[in-house]
Design a protein around this ligand. Structure first.
Ligand SMILES: *[C@@H]1O[C@H](CO)[C@@H](O)[C@H](O)[C@H]1NC(C)=O
Ligand SMILES: *[C@@H]1O[C@H](CO)[C@@H](O)[C@H](O)[C@H]1NC(C)=O
Length: 214
């Protein structure tokens, strides 16, 4: 009898805990940039001051300028920093304009991603943590997922420019691009050579391309 009571109490307690973690005490939390960001995002703007404009954006409506990029790529971002209504909701969107022959270079982020191709033809892929590559050609309307933290890429293999949109399950995914991580900073060439086995001349060439030193 006593044991049954304990089990019931424990079950109710667990239920309360799971309910409290699954529900939020607010519907939304539009970012207030007057305060610093923390692990859970930005503090909320006063709800009394919000309008529909806080929950909509035209950031992704305009094609980016791909010729300004070494990768022939333009990324437009609707993240919490550019679209404060996303704060705390665990999602974001990007627009990818990829010029002829352009690429989204090998990169990673904390969030999982789904891509949808709107125009053109791309090879998209990721490399699993056991180093198995998964890649294929995507055409208009095709979607593909890139699980969180895994290195992934897209290559425009069509005759014209490609357009795709991605959605990520974080408002602040934290992008890290391999070539920039290696060659856009002052990490010494000698160390980069040792940790990657890339030829020092190649490292210097990349540093020149991406503004790195040392
Ligand atoms: C927010 O709304 C309150 C009440 O209407 C107003 O007093 C305050 O100035 C507003 N704040 C901003 C930043 O607009
Ligand atoms: C695109 O970028 C290139 C290179 O920076 C620049 O020369 C060109 O004027 C830009 N085009 C537009 C439409 O902004």
């Amino acid at each position: 009898m006593e044991v049954t009571k304990k089990i019931i109490k424990f079950t109710i307690f667990s239920l309360l805990i799971s309910l409290s973690s699954a529900t939020s005490v607010v519907d939304f939390c539009v970012a207030d940039f007057n305060y610093p960001v923390g692990p859970a995002g930005y503090p909320c703007k006063n709800p009394a001051n919000l309008t529909a404009n806080d929950f909509s954006s035209s950031i992704l409506s305009v094609p980016g300028n791909t010729s300004a990029s070494i990768f022939n790529l333009a990324v437009s971002s609707a993240l919490d920093q550019t679209f404060p209504g996303l704060n705390g909701l665990g999602l974001s969107m990007l627009r990818l304009d990829i010029g002829v022959g352009g690429v989204v270079p090998l990169h990673t982020h904390r969030a999982s991603e789904v891509i949808i191709v709107i125009e053109g033809s791309i090879i998209a892929g990721f490399i699993a943590s056991d180093d198995t590559p998964f890649y294929k050609t995507l055409n208009k309307g095709d979607i593909m997922i890139f699980p969180q933290s895994l290195l992934h890429f897209q290559v425009n293999v069509g005759k014209g420019p490609a357009l795709a949109f991605v959605s990520l399950n974080s408002a602040s995914p934290g992008f890290q691009t391999t070539s920039l991580a290696l060659a856009s900073n002052d990490l010494p060439t000698e160390i980069i050579h040792k940790i990657t086995l890339l030829d020092s001349q190649e490292v210097k060439k990349l540093k020149k391309m991406f503004g790195g030193t040392n």
